[in-house]
Design a protein around this ligand. Sequence first.
Ligand code: GUE
Length: 283
Amino acid sequence: MTARILDGNAISALLREELAVRAAALKARGITPCLAVILVGEDPASAVYVRNKVAGCEKTGLRSIKDVYPAAVDPAVVLARIAELNADPTVHGILVQLPLPKQFDADVVLEAIAPEKDVDGFHAENVGALMQGNPRFIPCTPYGVIKMLERGKVVLKGAEAVIVGRSNIVGKPMAMLLLAKSCTVTVCHSQSKDLAFHTRRADILVAAVGRARMITGDMIKPGATVIDVGINRTPEGKLCGDVDFESAKEVAGLITPVPGGVGPMTITMLLTNTLESAERTLK
Ligand SMILES: Nc1nc(=O)c2c([nH]1)NC[C@@H]1CN(c3ccc(C(=O)N[C@@H](CCC(=O)O)C(=O)O)cc3)C=[N+]21
């Protein structure tokens, strides 16, 4: 038996139809939802993601602003631009693409974004709100994962959820969201002793490590739901996840592909957060 595929492109298409309706309704009330994206440097992968974000805005009826700075830019210049975007009432979301060049302290930059425009949900105030169980903006990648699990009708209450990876942008917020859905959550990382022991217990396995194909079929419980957050490039330039799809699909019950899984959902949830932010200006 091979696993059912959770198709991120298909789920995104459905969700984006609803978002386009909400964007049009806002425009009819004189508000054009707007996302500002700041990109520093020439990293080709970052350029692709930012391009996808801007294209997503366009297709959904959101305005976007894209500011690109050279890798050697003085952080003060970027901070001044963030202050300007914070003060601009026509801008509803601000995103600074990560990673930033080494002269930057990423935390300082993220804290400079007005929390009510922090559509990534990375500002300390928003991280705290999520942890307390009343999120203002849910970080886009884990938010997208939750939407995929809901669309796949995956039972969350009481499920054993195992997350591999403890980053601030995926692993930690993912743990909070699954906990809020009443999963029993385990977070594994590079120092975990017997990784396969943990992963084999998972009803829901989320791989967010950034190591190509490290989760193999023998590490998966038969019938489990496997969510692959990884985006790695093989030496031949092909995109692949943290999960070895070929062996995993023979064991899992439900699985996300790469590309076409969590990646497009991340962008869909960014559009969702930006729209939500624009709608809040009416309240
Ligand atoms: N402040 C900030 N917010 C982010 O949300 C953020 C970030 N920084 N830095 C980098 C990561 C990564 N990320 C992705 C978004 C879309 C795809 C995506 O569209 N993936 C396509 C393929 C894209 C390709 O062809 O490379 C897919 O999986 O099908 C992937 C990865 C957002 N991130």
